[in-house]
Design a protein around this ligand. Structure first.
Ligand code: FAD
Length: 460
């Protein structure tokens, strides 16, 4: 980027909102994804839609790459400025514009932290359900762009189920509005859905109209230990077949159980092949009935032990093991890859076995935990990225893992998005025709290929 471009950016957003020092550029050269880093030429923090529009006009006219960024917690290298250019930091867009209690809708800027939105609507007895592990740091814009989900995705879905409308700035600087507060809206192509999950490759999101739902009145958590992986798998299908949709239905495999026990010393049985954690929520009477039914299904599928939390303190204890899964695994080695391949829920045991076999075959350490109810697994590979020989084995294991997920009828990503990390397998999942259609959408909306170039659909 030339000095006159930097000067023009300073004119648009003010001197203080353009960073060019080496230290600042280094801080925005990477995100939460291991193995990807590149220095940008400038980090720009606009304050309003008009400024974003002017930045995009300048970038488009001069073919300068632009990488939108929220809190940088994504796990797919979505914010890494691989071709230099501008990191567009959206954190000054931090206003909750409106909480509309008659329509159960929030209107908010993309830099609002998800937990802040939730604490604001909690006083009205409402929730914004997408709850990634990073709710306390991730931005609403980042979660919408990654289509993020979380622990309660089985019952409540992912971000796309809550985005009703958007204000976006296109690559050429045009400002566009999609959707709105209407519960029913079938007018035209669904551009809101197209932009949700577009990972900063099609537009910059500057405002979000989000659906809110009533907070559940009661919750009940249970934990079951299984000595046989298939029994755990049958219990998962059995709970759904009993017409119960828990808010959460989580699984930890043997490698994760052993690592968590070593980390926390809470008495988890080291030989257990799976632990299921289940939470039902809703009306208090229904919650009690559903919890009883879940207990029956767990026992009839040979759970070795089943615990039910009697109060909040016990509930916290049960969840402690699941909350510790990622930190416990991450502590083992310097580098942690958290993947999110997803399979139909009845294929979860097959997938867990395949991951474990791939780990053994390539001599790498993988612990798998995740959202068994919706089939969204988190195979977590711990390694040392500085060891080239080990990394070759890690990528071979990843290759097997993703190809197995696809062969089982699954998908590369249930909630983390594609970015750069999973790009090599996109054609395996979608085929050449779909990839061509996706790339032609990218070329139409961003003909100069300046928005997060090379990500999600690759080079166009
Ligand atoms: C420990 C850990 C646990 C996690 N747990 C979960 C989990 O449970 N579930 C889950 O789904 N994810 C999880 N994640 C991944 C991550 O937190 C989510 O993807 C989150 O949504 C990213 O939000 P962010 O604000 O950090 O976005 P960023 O990382 O800043 O950006 C994400 C993507 O969105 C684009 N973007 C950001 N803002 C805009 C905008 N305004 N306009 C256009 N594009 C934009 C960026 O270019 C990038 O491609 C986890 C990550 C970590 C590190």
């Amino acid at each position: 980027m030339q000095q006159n471009h930097i000067d023009a950016l300073k004119k648009i957003v003010g001197e203080d909102n353009v960073m060019t020092s080496t230290e600042d550029l280094f801080s925005y050269s990477y995100d939460a994804t291991p193995g990807h880093a590149h220095m940008p030429d400038a980090v720009v923090t606009p304050a309003n839609t008009n400024e974003v529009s002017q930045i995009m006009k300048l970038a488009n006219a001069n073919k300068i790459p632009v990488y939108p960024r929220g809190s940088g917690t994504n796990l797919s290298a979505g914010c890494v400025p691989t071709k230099g250019g501008i990191v567009l930091l959206m954190t000054r867009f931090n206003k909750i514009v409106e909480i509309d209690l008659e329509n159960l809708v929030a209107v908010a800027e993309p830099g609002v932290i998800v937990a802040d939105l939730n604490s604001t609507v909690a006083v009205s007895g409402l929730i914004y359900p997408p709850d990634p592990g990073t709710v306390a740091t991730a931005t609403l814009g980042g979660t919408v762009c990654e289509n993020a989900g979380g622990l309660r995705g089985l019952k409540y879905g992912v971000s796309k189920h809550y985005v009703m409308g958007l204000e976006v700035v296109l690559a050429n600087g045009d400002i566009m509005n999609t959707g709105g507060k209407n519960v029913k809206d079938v007018s035209g192509y669904d551009m809101t859905k197209l932009f949700t999950g577009s990972e900063g490759t099609l537009c910059v999101i500057t405002k979000i109209i989000a659906k809110l739902v009533p907070a559940p009145e009661a919750k009940k958590a249970m934990m079951a230990i299984f000595n046989d992986l298939d029994d755990a798998g049958k219990a998962v299908s059995g709970i759904i077949a009993a017409k119960i949709i828990p808010a959460t239905l989580e699984i930890m495999d043997n490698a994760t159980i052993r690592t968590v026990e070593d980390y926390m010393k809470i008495g988890l049985p080291l030989a257990a092949q799976a632990i299921l954690l289940i939470e039902v929520d809703g009306n208090p009477t229904v919650v009690e009935q559903e919890a009883a039914k879940v207990m029956t299904v767990l026992k009839s599928n040979n759970a070795a032990t089943v615990q039910i939390a009697k109060d909040d303190a016990e509930r916290d204890k049960l969840w402690a093991a699941r909350r510790a899964a990622l930190p416990a695994l991450a502590k083992l080695r310097p580098t942690t890859f958290v993947e999110d391949a997803t399979v139909p829920r009845n294929k979860v045991p097959d997938f867990l076995r395949a991951v474990s076999a791939a780990a053994q075959k390539h001599n790498v350490t993988i612990g798998t935990f995740g959202h068994a109810g919706d089939g969204n697994m988190h195979p977590t590979i711990v390694c040392d990225i500085r060891d080239a020989e080990e990394m070759k084995r890690v990528y071979l294991a990843m290759d097997e893992m993703f190809k197995t997920a696809i062969a089982l009828g699954g998908t590369l990503s249930g909630e983390h998005g594609i970015g750069l990390g999973k790009l090599p397998w996109m054609e395996n999942q979608h085929g050449a025709v779909s990839m061509n259609v996706m790339r032609s959408i990218k070329r139409t909306l961003d003909p100069n290929l300046i928005l997060n170039p090379g990500k999600l659909v690759g080079e166009c």
